[in-house]
Write a protein that binds this ligand. Structure first.
Ligand code: ADP
Ligand code: NI
Length: 214
C-alpha cells in the first residue's frame, strides 16, 4: 500500500471538510476509511484502492460542495496532482459513484473494493453513531425529531429520497433500518446486526417515552 499517498489523502479531506457540521464531516470519512480497511483485509481486496475510495468518497458530495459536479472534480484533481494513474483513478471514481444510497435505485458495486467501501459508509449510518448523525442532520436541516401524524414513506426513488422533508424518526424507517439487509460482505453483516439491534432498542425506548408509557 502507498502510505504517503494515503497520508496525503487524509490531510486533503481533513482540510476539505473543516467547516462541515452536518454529520458529514472529516471524522465520518475517517471512520469509513478505518471500517473499510478492516472489512477489506478479510476480503483480500486491494487496500490502496479501498483506502483512496473511502477517503475520497464524500469529496464531491453535493450537500458538502454545492459547486462540484457529477464529474468527481475534487477526487479527480487530488488523484491527478498525486500521480495516481488514469486507470486507477477511473476505477476509484466508479466506486464513489456506485456507493451512495439512492432509495430503491441503489446500486451494488461490481468490485470487491467498492463493496467494502459501500458497506463501511452504510455501517456509519447505523448504530449509536448513525443515531447521532441522523439527529445532527435533522437539526441542521430544521427538521422535527418526530411527528406522530407524519408517516414514513416506503420504496422511495432517488429523487423522492433526496427531496423528502420528513422527520428524523421517519428517516430510520425510510432508510436506516433497511441498511442491515443491504450489506455486501460477511464482515459488515456481522457488525450491522449488532448496530441494527441497538437502533431498534433506541426507537422503541424513544417512542415509549414519547407516548408516556415510560
Ligand atoms: P450517503 O452518505 O449514503 O449519501 P446521506 O448523505 O444521505 O448518506 O446522509 C448522511 C448522513 O445524514 C447519514 O448518517 C444519514 O442517515 C443522515 N441523513 C440523511 N438524510 C437524513 C434525513 N432526512 N433525516 C435524518 N438524517 C438524515
Ligand atoms: Ni459517506
Amino acid at each position: 500500500m502507498n502510505e504517503t499517498l494515503i497520508d496525503r489523502a487524509m490531510t486533503y479531506v481533513k482540510n476539505l471538510f473543516i467547516d462541515d457540521f452536518s454529520g458529514h464531516d472529516y471524522y465520518h470519512t475517517l471512520r469509513v476509511y478505518n471500517t473499510a480497511m478492516r472489512i477489506a483485509q478479510a476480503e483480500n481486496a486491494d487496500l490502496t484502492t479501498v483506502a483512496l475510495a473511502a477517503l475520497l468518497h464524500d469529496a464531491d458530495d453535493r450537500k458538502l460542495s454545492p459547486k462540484t459536479t457529477q464529474n468527481k472534480d475534487n477526487a479527480r484533481r487530488f488523484m491527478r496532482e498525486n500521480h495516481v494513474d488514469d486507470e486507477t483513478a477511473e476505477r476509484i471514481c466508479k466506486i464513489i459513484g456506485d456507493i451512495s444510497y439512492a432509495g430503491s435505485n441503489s446500486v451494488k458495486p461490481d468490485s470487491i473494493e467498492g463493496k467494502c467501501v459501500q458497506d463501511a459508509d452504510r455501517l456509519d449510518a447505523i448504530g449509536a453513531i448513525g443515531i447521532g448523525r441522523a439527529f445532527a442532520y435533522g437539526g441542521n436541516h430544521s427538521r422535527l425529531m418526530h411527528h406522530p401524524d407524519i408517516l414514513p414513506r416506503r420504496n422511495m426513488t432517488a429523487e423522492e429520497y433526496r427531496n423528502s422533508n420528513s422527520t428524523t424518526i421517519n428517516h430510520f424507517y425510510e432508510k436506516l433500518l433497511n441498511l442491515k439487509d443491504m450489506m455486501n460482505t460477511e464482515g459488515a453483516k456481522a457488525i450491522a446486526r449488532e448496530r441494527d439491534a441497538y437502533m431498534r432498542e433506541f426507537l422503541s425506548e424513544f417512542l415509549d417515552e414519547w407516548d408516556g408509557v415510560k
